[in-house]
Design a protein around this ligand. Structure first.
Ligand SMILES: *[C@@H]1O[C@H](CO)[C@@H](O)[C@H](O)[C@H]1NC(C)=O
Ligand SMILES: *[C@@H]1O[C@H](CO)[C@@H](O)[C@H](O)[C@H]1NC(C)=O
Ligand SMILES: *[C@@H]1O[C@H](CO)[C@@H](O)[C@H](O)[C@H]1NC(C)=O
Ligand SMILES: *[C@@H]1O[C@H](CO)[C@@H](O)[C@H](O)[C@H]1NC(C)=O
Length: 522
């Protein structure tokens, strides 16, 4: 029970947060709405209900806060000819997402045919804007009459329908060698709007007029100012925090595993940026995903809470366009620098879905019921429901609730880890399984090979009870903890398998799983 002083502290913090919200609305920055409705303050370490946070192939997300909701506007990630539309997503809490299909399609933009990319939202004068790239024009092509580049569309509501605002590209040429794609629109505290953009290794910034559909010039008379940092490839994103300007961008090739995000800081939206080589903050992780890049940022208004929203490629996917939407917490250090982002692996199923999990073996489909993953198997062959991960030395936590009491030792439910060859389910898989059985056992099975099982008997395991199971897989073996994380119930010294994916498994019974967390052990 919290003490009285901690209750007081909590209400003081709430009051301070409300005060911060009230004062933050004087002049909104970036693409935040002026509307009074503030979103719910969400304080997570990652997408606690699982990454990817929505289903489907999407990339290049940018964000906005409109009408008290968090919005994400991504590219639809398919072959160029099929990229003829944009979908959007909104959420009150970054957990439950509503999809708005076809907020903008090439039918509403006469000159756009394909490759509709990287929507950048902005709000001004009661209108919602989407800046987008289309047609993937190449250097020299505009001079031959090829039309394409960065367009601007406008709507009366965040979910559209958006219509072409000017009937032609806003930027339809290469200037300073920058391909006209990958735009970001940023409105500074003084009301000046900027567009940052550029592919093919060059980044430009330009000043947008108050009308948001035409340009102002800089003092030297130019429209496009080149601000390309070293290693820049594409995907610029401007963020302002405590008076400092952060230019974020993507490096590496978008189809490869090494796509990554770097940033540099400046005292002005036009630079110069202090670290011309940038500091890399997001990249692939051999345990989690590859090709992590092209980011947006969510700043929770009135707080110092930031999330980096980005796309990445699941480990087992190789097609360039197989990209998914994810977010993780982005922390700042006291000196204002951005700390490297750790892509965390969690799922509490609070979004009511199991996006990111796949089912192997078994005849019964698992579901999420009451924010828990419910998995059933009618046979001793069992079923595996697994993520697309590749952890080695790890701590794997989950809550397991067995549904039926049975004294049959063939019934059990538990966690699989360091698993490969999972396609046909438990019978063909290689890896480890740590399970609980209402027949009074905690067990570890070495899947594949001779299927060695070790177990302890006489453990009081009941149906309907939440057991917090922790697997600690080290370089020497496997430790299984149940509720007590000081002393393992079962230890197996075995190093047959050193890496592979994580999941849950059920044999000849039914169980529910919750609060999955997998972390590399250091
Ligand atoms: C951009 O580049 C095109 C093509 O070279 C050129 O005609 C145009 O004047 C440039 N625009 C500006 C504002 O510099
Ligand atoms: C808000 O922006 C306007 C320009 O749009 C500027 O004149 C004013 O000083 C700004 N107010 C604050 C509190 O920053
Ligand atoms: C899994 O990770 C290990 C070590 O980090 C690596 O050697 C291996 O190639 C990875 N396997 C897959 C399928 O990504
Ligand atoms: C999952 O975690 C949440 C938050 O810590 C907690 O409230 C809930 O009881 C947990 N559920 C289970 C089944 O462990």
């Amino acid at each position: 029970m919290p003490s009285l002083s901690s209750k007081l502290k909590v209400s003081l913090e709430v009051a301070l947060a409300l005060f911060a919200i009230a004062t933050a609305s004087a002049n909104t920055t970036d693409t935040t709405d002026d509307a009074p409705q503030q979103p719910t303050i969400v304080d997570y370490t990652t997408s606690e209900a699982g990454n990817p946070f929505v289903d489907g192939w999407y990339a290049d997300p940018d964000t906005a806060i409109y009408q008290g909701l968090y919005w994400v506007f991504p590219t639809s990630s398919y072959p160029y000819e099929e990229q003829t539309y944009l979908d959007a997503f909104s959420s009150p809490d970054l957990v439950h997402w509503t999809k708005y299909p076809n907020i903008l399609t090439t039918q509403d933009v006469t000159w756009a045919k394909k490759a509709v990319w990287a929507p950048a939202p902005a709000f001004r004068n009661g209108k919602y804007y989407i800046y987008f790239g289309a047609n993937d024009i190449q250097e020299g092509e505009p001079e031959q009459g090829v039309i394409g580049g960065i367009g601007v569309a406008v709507a009366d509501s965040p979910q559209g329908p958006y219509v072409d605002a000017i009937g032609k590209p806003l930027i339809g040429t290469y200037n300073n060698s920058a391909q006209p794609i990958d735009q970001d629109v940023f409105i500074d505290d003084d009301g000046q709007a900027y567009i940052y953009y550029g592919g093919h290794g060059h980044a430009n910034v330009a000043k947008l007029k108050e009308d948001m559909i035409s340009f102002d010039t800089f003092e030297d008379g130019t429209t496009f100012k080149e601000i390309t940092p070293n290693n820049y490839v594409e995907g610029p994103q401007m963020l302002k925090r405590n008076g400092k300007y952060y230019l974020m961008w993507s490096e590496g090739g978008w189809t490869g595993p090494d796509y990554a995000v770097s940033y540099a800081m400046a005292d002005s939206p036009l630079g110069p940026f202090y670290q011309v080589d940038g500091t890399r903050i997001l990249q692939q992780d051999a345990a989690v995903a590859k090709g992590s890049g092209h980011n947006g940022v969510i700043h929770v208004p009135g707080t110092d809470i930031y999330y980096i929203v980005y796309h990445r490629r699941p480990l087992s996917e190789d097609a360039g366009e197989h990209r998914v939407l994810c977010y993780d917490r982005m922390y700042f250090s006291e000196d204002g620098s951005i700390q490297p982002v750790k892509m965390l692996v969690k799922d509490n199923f609070d979004d009511g879905d199991m996006v990111g999990w796949k089912t192997y073996g078994g005849e019964l489909d698992p579901h999420v019921v009451d924010n828990k993953l419910e998995v059933k198997s009618d046979t001793e062959d069992g079923i595996i429901v697994a993520l697309d991960a590749n952890f080695t030395v790890q701590t794997y936590d989950a809550t397991i609730i067995l549904s039926d009491s049975s004294n049959d030792v063939t019934t059990s439910a538990g966690l699989v880890f360091r698993v490969t060859d999972v396609t046909s389910g438990p019978s063909g898989a290689k890896g480890y399984y740590a399970g609980l059985s209402t027949a009074g056992r905690v067990l570890i099975t070495i899947l594949g090979g001779d299927g060695t099982t070790v177990f302890v008997e006489g453990v009081d395991i009941k149906a309907g009870i939440e057991y917090h199971v922790r697997v600690s897989a080290t370089e020497d073996g496997v430790n299984v903890f149940v509720d007590d994380f000081e002393s393992p119930v079962l230890v197996l010294s075995d190093t047959t398998y050193t890496q592979g994916t994580n999941g849950v498994a059920v044999f000849n019974t039914e169980a529910k799983f919750d609060n999955v967390t997998i972390a590399e052990a250091t």
